[in-house]
Ligand binder design. Structure first.
Ligand code: GLN
Length: 547
């Protein structure tokens, strides 16, 4: 039978529950346990797919095509094991399921209520994950903060599970904030006491309290938290601010958090955590031998969470190359012919980001033209790839008004178009090409060189596609479809000739980059940027490479 660790949050949001959950899971995995992490989100959207990035950051997509919370990205990046739809459940999904069952008459005339019907469905979703995949330990993170009205059914479901399974099989880890008051020169425990009281009012009490703090917790403070929150002293864990999120597993190991979880769950320690690869990554990350500047061209660049997986993939690929990647945010809406050169000329590589809709699209196209003509390494992802096709059509093929029909329904040159089977869809949620699809790479391509194999599988989230009617014309003029879906013939990767690195991917490679398996295209892109940067310092080399 699987054991459960519930991760709740107190005092304030943004304390990093996802990172703490991922770190504990990493340590348990490194001790030889089979673990997974699940996120329960108390909002009413069925999934975050319809949420604007300003609301909820990036939408992370799993192999099975679920549009999920960005915390699942952290889980995968830490654990290097794929998650699925079952790893992210929202209140909306729970209610939708229960209401559908009610309409089918499955409740046999009973009044359908939050308790027991909603809480039973929450419990079913939690335990289903473990039984389906044979996990030793399931970590379940509850979104939001204890005390929120909408998280009450989740707290109640955990209370019931703990009662049913016993405290040896089911523990609660509460992440909280211990603020430091500068004027008083003191750490304050009262907000934590209050948040634990709120939990107690609902019949639940934490077994472990992880304290985010800017100052070290001394023994007195730890004792005070333990005493007033009713946990053992070794169950009070200090989580000091870390230099990088990837330090957190090691910090938590130093605090013995994994061992304490196992002890409370009555599980053996098995072995010391094997973190050889993880530590190797951190050493490289912290000791770069060179540096590159990459421009991230997008319309949400002011919002760090909107491109979370891309930024993390840069960190993984940078470490792999022992190179520090400085990301320069470039707002695509603000790019024009006037400022193009001053904005882009100092860069060693340009990544044009995914996105939806018209805003900022012309800036993206200008940036791509600049990268193409000046032979600056270019990486286009999803909409970024589609823009590279539009740019090539306009400026190389001479189709001046070429566009995607997403931006201009009546363009005479619909080089990016919606596929027939997508045309009649009016519902928004879950109706894109979503999840993992196979792709076959041409062996004479930069992409093949990067992956080192011709058959790959990558995750998608889009409606529009390269319009194959124009493929011949593109290929004759030098833009090649080097990756195709073997079943449908859809173009998945484009490259151009005579360029140090120019790759446009219809899929989202960033979603599969992890600490222990950095994504090959990101690794190659950073390598190309490093080469470009050293050629810049030695201009004669630039000339010879351009010839
Ligand atoms: N808007 C484009 C489409 O739907 C690209 C989507 C994306 O970049 N994820 O096809």
């Amino acid at each position: 039978m699987a054991k459960y660790i519930f991760v709740t949050g107190g005092v304030t949001s943004s304390l990093g529950k996802g990172i703490i959950a991922a770190s504990v899971a990493k340590l348990l995995q490194a001790r030889g346990f089979k673990v997974t992490i699940q996120k329960l989100d108390p909002y009413i959207n069925v999934d975050p797919g319809t949420l604007n990035p300003y609301e909820h950051g990036e939408c992370y997509v799993t192999d099975d095509g679920a549009e999920t919370d960005l915390d699942l990205g952290h889980y995968e990046r830490f654990l290097s094991t794929p998650t699925s739809q079952a790893n992210n459940v929202t209140t909306g999904r729970i209610y939708q399921y229960v209401i559908n069952k009610e309409r089918e008459g499955a409740y046999l005339g009973k009044t359908v209520q939050v308790i027991p019907h909603i809480t039973d469905e929450i419990k079913r979703r939690i335990t289903l994950l473990a039984t389906k995949h044979d996990y030793d330990i399931v970590l379940t993170e509850i979104g939001g903060t204890v005390g929120d009205i909408e998280s009450l059914p989740y707290i109640e479901a955990i209370r019931q599970l703990q009662w049913e399974m016993g405290n040896d099989n089911c523990i609660v880890l509460h992440l909280t904030l211990i603020p430091y008051l500068k004027a008083a020169k003191e750490l304050k425990t009262k907000p934590t006491q209050h948040s634990v009281k709120l939990m107690n009012e609902n019949g639940l009490s934490p077994d472990i309290i992880v304290c985010r703090t800017e100052e070290p917790l001394n023994a007195d403070i730890k004792r005070k938290i333990a005493l007033f929150c009713n946990v053992t002293i070794d169950g009070v864990i200090e989580a000091a601010d870390a230099e990088t999120i990837y330090d957190v597993p090691l910090n938590m190991m130093r605090e013995n958090l994994d061992a304490i979880c196992l002890e409370k769950l009555k599980l053996p320690l098995r072995q010391e955590p094997d973190l050889k690869n993880w530590k190797g990554f951190l050493t490289k990350l912290k000791n770069p031998k060179s540096k590159v500047k990459i421009g991230l061209v997008g319309k949400y660049v002011e919002l760090q969470d909107a491109y979370k997986s891309i930024l993390e993939a840069f960190i993984h690929a940078g470490a792999m190359n022992e190179c520090k990647v400085e990301v320069v945010n470039i707002h695509s809406e603000h790019l024009d012919n006037e400022n193009l050169k001053s904005s882009l000329s100092g860069l060693d590589g340009i990544l044009v980001a995914p996105g939806f809709g018209n805003r900022g699209i012309e800036g993206k196209i200008l940036a791509i033209q600049y990268a193409r003509e000046n032979k600056i390494p270019f990486f286009g992802i999803c909409l970024g790839m589609q823009c590279s096709v539009i740019e090539f059509a306009r400026n190389v093929l001479g189709f001046e008004t070429a566009n995607s029909t997403e931006m201009d329904k009546h363009t005479p040159y619909p080089v990016i178009d919606i596929m027939e089977d997508q045309k009649n869809i009016i519902q928004m949620g879950g109706t894109m090409r979503l999840g993992a699809f196979d792709c076959e790479l041409n062996i004479n391509s930069k992409s093949y060189e990067a992956y080192g194999k011709p058959y790959i599988s990558e995750r998608h989230r889009h409606r529009w596609e390269f319009n194959n009617t124009y493929l011949d014309q593109f290929e004759k003029a030098g833009m090649k479809a080097v990756g195709k879906n073997p079943k449908t013939g859809l173009v998945e990767v484009v490259e151009i000739e005579n360029h140090p690195f120019y790759v446009g991917a219809q899929y989202h490679p960033e979603l599969k980059s992890t600490v222990e398996n950095p994504h090959p295209l990101f690794v190659s892109f950073i390598k190309a940027a490093m080469d470009y940067s050293s050629r810049k310092k030695n201009p004669s080399a630039i000339e010879s490479s351009a010839n």
